[in-house]
Write a protein that binds this ligand. Sequence first.
Ligand code: CA
Length: 399
Amino acid sequence: MMVRAGVRTDIGRARQRNEDAYLMEEPLFAVADGMGGHRGGNVASALALETIRQAEDGGRGAEQSHSLVESIRRANHRVLEQGDSDRNLRGMGTTLTALFAEAERAHLAHVGDSRAYLLRDGSLQQLTEDHTLVQRMVREGKLTPEEAAHHPQRSILTRALGVEGDVEVDELTLDLHPGDRVLLCTDGLTTMLDLDRIKEILEASEDPQAACDALVEEANSAGGEDNITAMVLEFLPEDQGRVEGSESATDSGAEAATGSRAGAGVEPAQEASDSEEGGAEPDQPSGRRRVRRAALWGTVAIVVIAAVVVGVRLYVDRQWYVGDDRGAVAIYHGIPSRALVFDLSHVSERTNLSSAQAIRLQLWKDLHKGIPANSFADAQRIVDQIREDLGGAGKTGGG
Ligand code: CA
């Protein structure tokens, strides 16, 4: 089977950097979504892809699905080692979803919440399962898939490369049919577009590159809240297809990300925005008009400030989070930040769970910063999950 491939990665509309990366080196294709402060995310995703690329270079002929999983384990070690040895990279990690194409089959290997989908005979099927907290809660019947899709904690991963010495890698072998289209993508796409829309675009696009372009553009139109990467592979009979990678063989993510960012266009020059006393009114306003104008602006400012205060109050009153209250896990009403004028949160319920023990678990390490929840009930579910993860240990001995 021949592969026609397209790819696009984009910084999105809200992030400072593109920490997504991809690898397109037939027969190996992969996307990775890096995370970690400073430049850690970029390093983690690029390093993971470079590791599996090198392994593929040296490992041809081996049993491929096995070697792909092995090379992902090696990538895990390298990301973890580099994170441990460089203070600026500490805590970095990455997802990785990879596909290795053979004549009639494709091997997939996957860790994290990037995804692979198969479009075949008019239906779109998700091939990978997200390694996220919310997906785990869906499987346990604690959340519906719809609740999970909009859950504020949906990006908390239960598995990623660079977190622990051993990583469990999901694998899958797919028998290829002529005309199959496979989408590899990061969560910046799937959190912005629903499945029906993704399917429509994949079906309607003339070729894989057009599909990637359309997917990224729509994800940006929908808000572009995260980095977006889409790679589309189309499998065709030998006589029909030809490889059309849009990038050179050695291209791996970091360059791609940088390139796409550079290509996104130059910041528009700051428009000369004169104050209203400028061009429209060439004459100097009289002193009295200046006073009137100052009074008017003063009133406007007070109204705006009052509206902001009321708005913040209304917003805060609808927020919940789980955090630390003097060593115990507690449910807070409000948002976890300090304001100069008034408190933005208060403890609604204190539990007998030790926050120190919860923070020691990778999944709950951000507890001290506050873990946002949709509602009080949702916060209780998070507490239940923490209780379960602590497995009965971690009582503070009174709440
Ligand atoms: Ca992401």
